[in-house]
Ligand binder design. Structure first.
Ligand code: ZN
Length: 351
């Protein structure tokens, strides 16, 4: 096993603070660098202390009004769901996959190969703590049936990602809970970077990066949260989004080499993290689950789920994706990862 280096750097700002009668102040920022991909994330304790400047409260009145208005014409609601797109019968007999409350079908406008959607619930709007393991698991297993059908007929479709955009700050066009999936012949940027870095690490160190990461993080205990089956949950050292939590599979990089129970284990963990997020004051999130078809020669890739919070829905909400993220690909950390992990552990007993 290779030792993974968790590098942190510091920078400073000196100012005369008008909120403290222009008293001199020295602010320290900590820069965290991801050991695998090299991206940076920045933490300033002053932000955590004054978090309300960055994080507006959830506007429940707005959400209730939007839920009522948008339910009138929502095509994902059970009474109109017959109107969604269908796969050709040759791929999915009957055109859609139904499992519990989940319905999987093609996206109307493709952003990648086999772009699919899974409606998660009959309910038009759910809060994060209402996204149960059963709802999440059924949506993933419905998408897994699409994955299986694609695998059988298209050998080029090797790169699978599953996603969630929850509410408009996260990019959702519909309020109704739904997930998305892409299965492409070419990995998109972040997926390609992840796969290339895993391969290079294996070649350089002779071990898999995420094996080494899990071993080291479990031993240190600071950012490790819990396990659900073969999935291990931890707070990201250098997040790509706010409050990022990772789930890493112990050994598998291909979702179709796992049984249904392993996706149920992942769903139990995601549901727990969503409860944590709601209790921390968040109501909008994105996640991405990265996977690929098992190659003939080992490539060191293990399935990875990244989940992040987004700005809370409000009439004049401020985007959390500004020059720091768009221009510098550096995320602002609202909490230290160690703090997030400590809070997260309480959500896992009995999951
Ligand atoms: Zn709906």
């Amino acid at each position: 096993m290779a030792a993974i280096a968790f590098d942190r750097f510091e920078d400073h700002l000196e100012l005369l603070n008008p909120l403290q009668n222009f008293a001199p102040e020295r602010q320290r920022v900590e820069i965290y660098r991801d050991p695998l991909l090299g991206h940076t994330s920045v933490y300033n304790p002053a932000i955590e202390a004054g978090l309300k400047v960055f994080l507006n409260d959830v506007d429940r009145e707005l959400l209730a009004r939007l839920a009522e208005e948008t339910a009138q014409n929502c095509v994902f609601c059970p009474e109109r769901v017959e109107g969604v797109a269908r796969f050709p019968d040759a791929l999915i007999p009957g055109g859609v996959v139904r499992l519990g409350e989940a319905v999987a079908f093609p996206n109307l406008i493709a952003m990648g190969g086999y772009h699919s959607v899974a409606i998660v619930s009959h309910a038009h709007f759910l809060e994060l703590h209402q996204l149960t393991p059963e709802l999440i698991g059924n949506a993933w297993l419905a998408l897994r049936q699409v994955m299986t059908a694609v695998r059988q007929r298209d050998p080029a479709a090797a790169w699978t990602t599953v996603h969630g955009n929850f509410l408009f700050p996260a990019g959702a066009s519909l309020m109704h809970p739904h997930f998305q999936m892409l299965i492409g012949s070419t990995p998109y940027t972040q997926h390609a970077r992840l796969a290339a870095a895993c391969r290079e690490y294996l070649e350089r160190e002779g071990s898999r990066y995420h094996d080494d990461l899990l071993q080291q993080e479990r031993a240190a205990g600071e950012r490790y949260i819990a396990a659900t089956g073969r999935w291990h949950w931890l707070a990201a050292f250098a997040p790509l989004g706010s409050n990022e939590i990772l789930a890493v599979h112990e050994h598998e990089g291909d979702l179709l080499r796992m049984d249904a129970e392993e996706l149920r284990d992942l769903a139990r963990g995601l549901s727990a993290i969503l409860r944590l997020y709601q209790d921390l004051g968040y109501m909008s999130f994105n996640y991405t689950l990265y996977a690929r078809r098992e190659p003939e020669t080992p490539d060191g890739f293990q399935c990875l789920l990244r989940i992040i919070t987004r700005q809370n829905p409000a009439p004049a909400y401020r985007s959390d994706d500004f020059y720091l993220q768009k221009g510098l690909q550096t995320e602002l950390m609202l909490h230290r990862p160690e703090t997030l992990a400590a809070r997260g552990r309480g959500y896992f007993p009995g999951v």
